[in-house]
Design a protein around this ligand. Structure first.
Ligand code: TYM
Length: 329
């Protein structure tokens, strides 16, 4: 079986974009692959606003419970917390030594995030190298992510290739796995920009959180930005309408032509009302499962501990090989 590795940062409001773009793809392919899913708490620390220890601890549990509630099966997949496996941080240092600064300076996510903050940490700059370590430690074949992570997988490949060139064949070269539709869900309030966990936490009606109430879901969708036309064709619709059509497509599993035919001659209110229903239908079972799991603290701890053991074994093996090849043994 091919190895899959992916992760989510335990910060902000985890939203329907994370679900459609990443989590649902993990679940869909779960039986096909050998899966490792990480809660990347070290990445969350790169933005200084996120460092409140209580918040971080709570968020790690929340993401773990959401993984399970969305259908990640601990019998099929390894679930663990990044900071529980110290090899991630150690490999980051070693990979830093083969990564030119110029490569990191070109990262669009760094450019965007550093513009928004007046105190940019060294770690934010180094973020892609930590992500490369996550992926390469497990000799990963496929990384299922949303569109926004594509550049990070590309640099991971570059780092792996450079390392293999300098020190001999050590790492498998990974590929991204990105959905054709739904890999970039936009904000309901601002469909020119992608839905974001941090914006969703501070701004109402930007995103739909996986744990949002029915009333909030309804409010957000009914007030979503549209236009003054009645254009329901995927290729011609304005950004806000297209975004809702794409969500409808992903949540219903229906084909684009069926959806276009269904809404032809209708109005945006109808699309919105149906999307509200569909969203609630999809999220209700997840929320029920979540409420059940989040109360079982020792069950969660148990899964994360097993995950840590399994992940550590693989990580330790790769890191030993890396150190040997670099002359560090
Ligand atoms: P993060 O935590 O920002 O997002 C988690 C996953 O959700 C996807 N995603 C989206 N998909 C569709 N539409 C959106 N609006 C949207 N917003 C986010 C992301 O692409 C991601 O797949 N750097 C990563 C975490 C990470 C990681 C890794 C991922 C760290 N190490 C190793 C894969 C492999 C991140 O910040 O994702």
């Amino acid at each position: 079986k091919k190895r899959v590795f992916s992760g989510i940062q335990p910060t902000g409001k985890i939203h329907i974009g994370n679900y459609v773009g990443a989590l649902s793809l993990w679940v869909e392919n779960q039986k096909k692959y050998d899966n490792i899913f990480c809660i990347v708490d070290l990445h969350s620390l790169t933005i200084p606003e996120n460092i409140d220890p209580k918040y971080l601890r709570k968020k790690v549990k929340e993401i773990a419970a959401l993984y399970l509630a969305c259908g990640i099966d601990p019998q099929e997949s390894t679930i663990f917390v990044q900071s529980h496996v110290p090899q991630h941080a150690e490999l980051t240092w070693l990979l830093n030594c083969v990564t030119p600064m110029g490569w990191l300076q070109r990262m669009t996510q760094f450019k965007d995030k550093s513009k928004k903050s007046d105190s940019v940490s060294t770690a934010l700059f180094d973020y892609p190298v930590l992500m490369a370590s996550d992926i390469l430690l497990y000799q990963t074949d496929l990384v299922p992510v949303g569109e926004d992570q594509k550049q990070h997988i590309e640099i991971t490949r570059d780092i792996a290739q450079r390392f293999n060139h300098l020190y001999g064949d050590t790492f498998k070269i990974p590929k991204e796995l990105i959905k054709k539709s739904g890999a970039r869900i936009m904000g309901f309030d601002d469909p020119e920009n992608k839905m974001s966990k941090s914006t969703g936490e501070i701004k109402a009606r930007h995103s739909i959180g996986l744990l949002d109430s029915k009333a909030d879901i309804k409010n957000t969708i009914m007030k979503a930005t549209t236009d003054s036309n009645r254009e329901f064709r995927f290729d011609h619709a304005s950004a806000g309408v297209k975004n809702m059509l794409v969500l409808y497509e992903n949540l219903s599993g229906k084909s684009r032509s069926k959806i276009e035919a269904h809404f032809a001659g209708s109005n945006y209110g109808q699309l919105k009302r149906e999307l509200v229903e569909l969203t609630i239908e999809n999220l209700e079972p997840i929320q029920k499962e979540y409420q059940r799991i989040i109360k079982e603290d020792s069950y969660l701890d148990d899964i994360l501990e097993k995950g840590q053991k399994k992940a550590s074994q693989i990580a330790a093996k790769t890191l030993a090989e890396v150190k040997k090849n670099m002359g560090l043994n």
